[in-house]
Design a protein around this ligand. Structure first.
Ligand SMILES: CC(C)(COP(=O)(O)OP(=O)(O)OC[C@H]1O[C@@H](n2cnc3c(N)ncnc32)[C@H](O)[C@@H]1OP(=O)(O)O)[C@@H](O)C(=O)NCCC(=O)NCCS
Length: 178
């Protein structure tokens, strides 16, 4: 089957396809197409299959809305826990570099800005629309990141943060029962 036919099938026949079938068809697709399908496919279950195939760990019960953009070079840098809610248009930057720019000549850029770091979005957290996460951060369990925030530092469990840069605006004292 040609690549175009595979993509067409997965776009329009996804609800009659098993995960095994989708995974088998993806063997014939480059990673960048699989990741693109993850970001733009209309169905949550199917999106997650594509993200997992490109090295993102995703726990059960997690919902990832459309236009979820991850910069990781397809390396296993992003871990998303269980029952996480990711709203539309979220960007996660694990790997960061200025491409072909000569900025790499500056020590500060080389030593601090060019990097590839892990990001953890832990269980039961809720990431608002249009959030941006910078390399190396952890979003703690049961925390909320307000819409439009830029997360530059770790977010503690059961904390609400918002803004640019994201700062704490509230915390939940009581732990969730499991
Ligand atoms: C952050 C949020 C969760 C509200 O939390 P909250 O604890 O109820 O916060 P409040 O509404 O009491 O606001 C507290 C302060 O934070 C500010 N604030 C709230 N949301 C903010 C945001 N996204 N960015 C910046 N500041 C925000 C409020 O203006 C308020 O400021 P003030 O104290 O100067 O008046 C909510 O505003 C939000 O952003 N939710 C995400 C919704 C979303 O993206 N849904 C996607 C579809 S599923």
């Amino acid at each position: 089957m040609k690549r175009a036919e595979i993509v067409q099938r997965m776009m329009f026949d996804y609800d009659s396809m098993s995960e095994v079938e989708i995974r088998e068809l993806c063997v014939n697709l480059p990673k960048k197409i699989i990741r693109w399908l993850g970001a733009h496919h209309p169905d949550n279950r199917t999106r997650k299959i594509f993200f997992r195939l490109t090295n993102i760990t995703i726990g059960e019960g997690t919902v990832i809305n459309q236009n979820f953009i991850v910069s990781d070079g397809y390396a296993p840098l992003l871990v998303i826990g269980k029952r996480v809610a990711i709203s539309p248009n979220v960007t996660v930057i694990c790997e960061s570099n200025p491409n072909n720019s000569q900025l790499q000549q500056f020590e500060h850029v080389r030593d601090n800005l060019i990097c590839a770091k892990n990001i953890l979005i832990d269980d039961d957290s809720w990431i608002g629309s249009n959030v941006v996460m910078l390399p190396g951060i952890t979003i703690g369990k049961c925390s909320i990141v307000g819409a439009g925030s830029v997360v530059t530092k770790d977010v503690l469990p059961r904390t609400i943060v918002a803004g640019v840069p994201a700062v704490k605006i509230r915390e939940f004292k009581r732990k969730i029962k499991y």
